[in-house]
Write a protein that binds this ligand. Structure first.
Ligand code: GAR
Length: 205
C-alpha cells in the first residue's frame, strides 16, 4: 500500500489564486501533498469554485451561524480534525484566528502575507507600502501564532516598487511571487526541512 500523502486543509475567503497555485503544484507533482478540505468563511468565494473544479471538497462555514468566535472555531477544528490533516494553510483567509484554533493545530498553521513582514502587518498592505514610499516590498510565508502576522518567518520573496506603481500593479507583482513561494514553503515543511530556533526558522541543508 502506498504511504498516506501529507494532508492539507486550505482556508480561504476570496479569489483563491494561492489555493490554485497549491493545486497546480500538487498536480505537477512539485508538491507531494493532497488537499483534504477547503473551507471558506465567505459563501461567494471563487476559491470554492476552484476547489470543486478540481474535485476537492469545498465547504462554506458561515460565522454568522455561530453565537461567538469560539464556537465557530470549534466547528472549524472538528471539520479539519475529521480529515486527519497535517498542515493548515491560510490562503487569503481574512478572519483573525483565536487561541482555540491556534492551540488545536499548534505549529501546524501557516499563512501567506503580501508584505515583507514585520513591515506592514494587517490589512491594505500594498497601499500602505506605496504610501510609505517603500522601494521594495514582497511576500512572506510564516507560521501562525497568536500575534497577527507575527509568527516565525519561513520564506520571503522581494519585489521592487516602481514610481509608476499603483495598488493593483504592486499587488500583481507580489502575487506572482506568492504563487511561487507558498507551495515551496509547504514542500519544505512536509519534507521536514525546517527547524525552529527561538523565533527563527532555520532551513536544513
Ligand atoms: C493574497 O495577496 C494574500 O497574500 C492576502 O490576500 C490575497 C489573497 O489572494 N492575504 C492577506 O492579506 C492575509 N492577511 P488569493 O485569494 O487570490 O489567494
Amino acid at each position: 500500500m502506498a504511504p498516506d500523502k501529507f494532508k492539507l486543509a486550505v482556508l480561504v475567503s476570496g479569489r483563491g489564486s494561492n489555493l490554485q497555485a497549491i493545486i497546480d503544484s500538487i498536480e505537477k507533482n512539485a508538491l507531494q501533498a493532497e488537499i483534504a478540505l477547503v473551507i471558506s468563511n465567505v459563501k461567494t468565494a471563487y476559491a470554492l469554485e476552484r476547489a470543486r473544479k478540481h474535485g476537492l471538497e469545498g465547504l462554506f462555514l458561515d460565522p454568522k451561524s455561530y453565537p461567538d468566535r469560539n464556537s465557530y472555531e470549534q466547528a472549524l477544528v472538528e471539520r479539519i480534525q475529521s480529515k486527519s490533516v497535517n498542515l493548515v494553510c491560510l490562503a487569503g483567509y481574512m478572519r483573525v484566528l483565536g487561541k482555540y484554533f491556534i492551540e488545536a493545530f499548534s505549529g501546524r498553521i501557516i499563512n501567506i502575507h503580501p508584505s515583507l513582514l514585520p513591515a506592514f502587518p494587517g490589512l491594505n498592505v500594498q497601499k500602505r507600502a506605496l504610501e510609505h514610499g517603500a522601494r521594495f516590498s514582497g511576500c512572506t510565508v510564516h507560521f501562525v501564532n497568536e500575534e497577527v502576522d507575527g509568527g516565525p518567518i519561513i520564506m520571503q520573496a522581494v519585489v521592487p516598487v516602481f514610481d509608476e506603481d499603483d495598488e493593483a500593479s504592486l499587488s500583481e507583482r507580489i502575487l506572482e511571487q506568492e504563487h511561487i513561494i507558498y507551495p515551496q514553503a509547504i514542500q519544505l515543511i512536509l519534507a521536514d526541512k525546517l527547524t525552529l530556533s527561538g523565533r527563527r526558522v532555520l532551513h536544513k541543508k
